[in-house]
Design a protein around this ligand. Structure first.
Ligand code: SF4
Length: 233
């Protein structure tokens, strides 16, 4: 079995797995191309910058110091069986396992679900705008299926919506929140869009990026729909 290709590592974080001290492994490869991707150096598969065995030995030394290991990307499940095998080995060390995913691989998510304790799932836009945002016509349906797969496990989940004003209006955000609430999601995070790669003709204003966060009625409505709403500005 090939080693997983690890393109980045954050050795200590308090914000990537809810309530746990964790580290994050960024795996190479992503099947979609989000307009606002800030990890473009990770989206093409290629040699990992980190030796997977050395990282595993380092993780063994972190037992008792860290509580969780988060697999992120890129899209961690794009490496399929190699990722799942590595996750199983890391879990046997006693860590909680987190997974940040765009939901493109619902079958692999089902396969790995026994070994993952929590996921952060991207719900990037309403169905009719998904393809133009991510450059793939199947991504919405796959993400939606992943949401169902995970909800069926009964395990912890945060749905994440990044409010890129090129693709999302306040009504869209409300529609996504309604869809999540009606399907049984309890925790969502609403994330401010950060303009990493805007061309001059596509520039957004701070007011456009902040509109979701400054609208008190919108916030109150969405807050009332879930057990937990995190507004990440
Ligand atoms: S899913 Fe994440 S890594 Fe992949 S293109 Fe989108 S933002 Fe980038």
């Amino acid at each position: 079995m090939p080693d997983i290709q690890i393109g980045g590592l954050v050795s200590f974080t308090t914000i990537d797995y809810p309530g746990k001290l964790s580290c994050v492994l960024f795996l190479r490869g992503c099947p979609i191309r989000c307009a606002y991707c800030s990890n473009q150096h990770l989206i093409t598969p290629g040699e990992g910058e980190y030796d997977a065995d050395k990282v595993f030995n380092w993780l063994r030394d972190r037992v008792g110091k860290l509580e969780a290991v988060v697999f992120s990307g890129g899209e961690a499940l794009m490496q399929g069986a190699a990722t799942i095998d590595y996750i199983k080995r890391v879990r046997e060390l006693g860590f909680k396992i987190g997974l940040h995913t765009n939901g493109f691989y619902p079958n692999l998510l089902a396969d790995v679900s026994d070994y993952v304790d929590w996921i952060g799932l991207d719900y990037k836009a309403p169905r009719d705008k998904y393809e133009s945002l991510v450059g793939n016509g199947t991504a919405y349906d796959l993400m939606s299926k992943s949401l169902d797969v995970w909800l069926k496990t009964g395990k912890d989940l945060e749905v994440r919506i990044t409010c890129d004003p090129h693709f999302i209006t306040k009504q869209d955000l409300l529609d996504i929140a309604n869809d999540c609430a009606s399907r049984g999601v309890h925790k969502i995070a609403i994330q401010k869009y950060i303009p990493h790669f805007e061309s001059d003709e596509n520039k957004t204003s701070d007011a456009a990026r902040s509109q979701f966060f400054t609208d008190c009625d919108l916030r109150k409505t969405i807050d009332s729909m879930f057990e937990s709403v995190t507004w990440r500005e």
